[in-house]
Write a protein that binds this ligand. Structure first.
Ligand SMILES: NC(=O)c1ccc[n+]([C@@H]2O[C@H](COP(=O)([O-])OP(=O)(O)OC[C@H]3O[C@@H](n4cnc5c(N)ncnc54)[C@H](O)[C@@H]3O)[C@@H](O)[C@H]2O)c1
Ligand SMILES: [Zn+2]
Length: 240
């Protein structure tokens, strides 16, 4: 299986990567649906409810308590996968990364073309005057982060019940439509609409690398149920 993936990567110069929380578990960030993921921790509300637009508006203080306890990945470092993708882009084979993650680790690894479908913890805006704030200001604030103007600061993170950014969606679809090899990794492919974008891929090979099975496994040319690191460590790319 690894040999097959090795061949596909070496033969393509139009690769797109589509990833999820599993890309960052090796950086020490919990995913949602694995055994020790956030969904299996005990909270008064479930994470999907807390990370929703209505919850943010109506229970802002509670939202920020959860957000600051669980979403602060300012100090996490890129994993094997982030670094591998940076090199693959550098040598011209990878055309873009589409991620559902909000942790900014692809940029930290040095990747240039990163579509963040669900936004980023590094961008935050005042809901009243629109002033920009970085990640540190929000995570280090006491209780609810407030702008100089008195407005509440909101992370530029797509909460459940909110729409995805148009430009990011269009650019992602563009990448998928034009790709020849699509590598999907570390995602349960259960979060809609992000997962449905894979349907735009019409290229030669779809590869899925994920610890657990996904609903898209039967459509893939190659499915590897293993950790991303185990797989990528064995890939040898000519020129990198
Ligand atoms: N790092 C982050 O930014 C982060 C973290 C948690 C959740 N989220 C958000 O939550 C949503 C969750 O959806 P999702 O599909 O991304 O995550 P998910 O938790 O639903 O699924 C993660 C999948 O990755 C697999 N996985 C975990 N570690 C792996 C590894 N090392 N190697 C191979 N597979 C591995 C698991 O088996 C699981 O199927 C997304 O919308 C995302 O925005 C983001
Ligand atoms: Zn303001």
């Amino acid at each position: 299986m690894i040999d097959e993936l090795n061949k596909m990567i070496n033969e393509s110069d139009n690769i797109v990567f589509f990833g999820g929380a599993g890309v960052s578990t090796e950086s020490g960030i919990k995913d949602f649906r694995s055994k020790d993921g956030l969904y299996n921790m005990k909270y008064k509300y479930n994470p999907e409810e807390i990370l929703s637009h209505n919850f943010f508006i109506n229970n802002t203080s509670e939202f920020y308590k959860f957000y600051k306890e669980n979403m602060n990945c300012l100090n996490n470092e890129p994993s094997t996968c982030h670094t591998f993708l940076k090199k693959l882009e550098e040598c011209g084979k990878l055309k873009g990364i589409i991620t559902q993650n909000i942790d900014g680790l692809h940029q930290k690894a040095g990747s240039k073309c990163v579509m963040e479908l669900h936004g980023s913890i590094y961008r935050n805006y005042c809901m009243k005057c629109g002033k920009f704030y970085g990640g540190k200001e929000v995570f280090e604030s006491k209780d609810i982060p407030i702008c100089n103007c008195g407005g509440i600061i909101k992370p530029d993170v797509v909460l459940y019940g909110e729409a995805l950014d148009n430009y990011t969606v269009e650019k992602s679809i563009d990448l998928l439509k034009n790709a020849d090899l699509l590598i999907v990794a570390g995602t349960s492919l259960t979060v809609y609409p992000a997962s449905s974008f894979i349907n735009y891929f019409n290229g030669r090979n779809l590869v899925i690398i994920n610890n657990d099975p996904t609903n898209y496994d039967n459509r893939a040319s190659l499915v590897i149920h293993d950790s991303i690191k185990n797989v990528l460590d064995k890939i040898k790319i000519q020129g990198i």
